[in-house]
Design a protein. Sequence first.
Length: 167
Amino acid sequence: MSTVELVSTVDYLITQLLNYPTNNYNPDMTDYKFFHPTEVRYGDLDPQGHVNNAKYLTYFEQARIYYLIQLGLFNKDQSFMEVGVIIADIHITYHSTTHYGDDIKVGVKITKIGTKSLTVEQCVMDAKTGKLMASGTVVMVTFDYEGLKTISVPDEWKQKISEFEGI
């Protein structure tokens, strides 16, 4: 099988998977207030010629950091040990293949503020067409890295997130 045939077969299989129920992991693209532009690098590709599924975790992470910076909850001069969050759970649904050279952006929105956690909805989409490539839900737990324990979501975070997201 040639590389072109293989890529075509993989794209077909992905299309078939898209018709499979996804437990409502499809975010509404219109209510994202924050997007981070992301470059698809050659090193992000797998042997089939599209972005490797694990790279979406990196895209999500990078966008979450820029989201925290945008809200004034983190700055580039801080240590990552000061961010105060740790990932507890991630679910990703893949909707379409992403390739080298695609112009993509990553959406971030916090949909729930718990006592010690934040639920984050994220998506990767084509920046020009709005085509959804992947969507996911991430649960971040606020964490004291020095004391090695979970902590309550700081009031400043609750206020800034609530004001920005309208929740």
